[in-house]
Design a protein around this ligand. Sequence first.
Ligand SMILES: CSCCC(=O)/C(O)=C/O
Ligand SMILES: [Fe+2]
Ligand code: NI
Length: 258
Amino acid sequence: MDPVPPTDPEVVVVRYTGGREVVFFSSSVFLPASDYKDSLNPILVASKEKISIIIIIIIIIIIIMDGRKDVIEAWYMDDSDEDQRLPHHREPKEFVSLDQLAELGVLSWRLEADDVDNDKELKKIRKDRGYSYMDLIEVCPEKLPNYEDKIKSFFEEHLHTDEEIRYCLGGSGYFDVRDHSDRWIRVAVKKGGMIVLPAGIYHRFTLDTNNYIKAMRLFVGEPVWTPYNRPHDHLPARKEYVEAFVNKEAGCHAVEAR
Ligand SMILES: CSCCC(=O)/C(O)=C/O
Ligand SMILES: [Fe+2]
Ligand code: NI
C-alpha cells in the first residue's frame, strides 16, 4: 500500500532514526523518507498535540530539576533540646517543599553567588520588590561584633515588622519558621540561596555546625532590624500575616473537612 503524505503538515522537523531518514506523521507511524522524496523528504512532521506533550515533559523536567533545591532545603524539626546547630530532623525525616514554604509566605530563589555585581536576576528582584538597601553580614566570632549576644538574640523566636531578606553568599545557616499549626520548620540555606521571610512570621536563625555564614541583607528603604520577641501578636504586621497566611489556610482545611 502506498503511503500517503500528510495533507496539512503543521510542523516540519528533520529527524533521523537508526541512520535512516524518516517522515513522522501525526498518526505516530514512522515511514521511510524515500517514499516522500517529492513532497517532504527528508522531513519529519509532528502534530501540534505531540509538540504540546514535549513542552509539558520539558516543564515537568524543569520543575523536577528546580535548582533551588540544591541550596534551600526544609524539614519539620524534632523536639529535642540538643545543640541548635544540629539538623534536628524528625524520625523518619519529614521534608517540606518550597511550595509549602511559599504557602507560608516564605519565598526563595537560587542565584549566582559568584557574580553578584553582574547578576541580572538579582537586579530584577531588587527592582521589582523595591529592595533599595543592601549590606553584607558575616556571622562568626571574628567578624560579628558582640557575637555571643547576637547569636543568642537571632535564636530567640521573634518577628519583624518588615520582610527579612537574606541571600547566602557563603557558608550556610538555618532559618526556622513556624507553620500554620505553630510547628517549627527548619529552612537550611546554602551559598546561592536567597529567602524572604514575610513581615509578621515568627522565626529564628542559627548557624549550623559549619559555624559560618556570609549573607546579603536587602531592605525596602532605610533598614529596621528590630526583633519583636514572641509574643507580639498585637502588632499590625503580625495581624496582617495571620490574616493573609494563617487564617486563609485554616479556612481551606475547614472546607476540606466538610
Ligand atoms: C544570616 S543573617 C542573621 C540573622 C538575622 O539577621 C535575623 O534577623 C534573624 O532572624
Ligand atoms: Fe529575624
Ligand atoms: Ni510590644
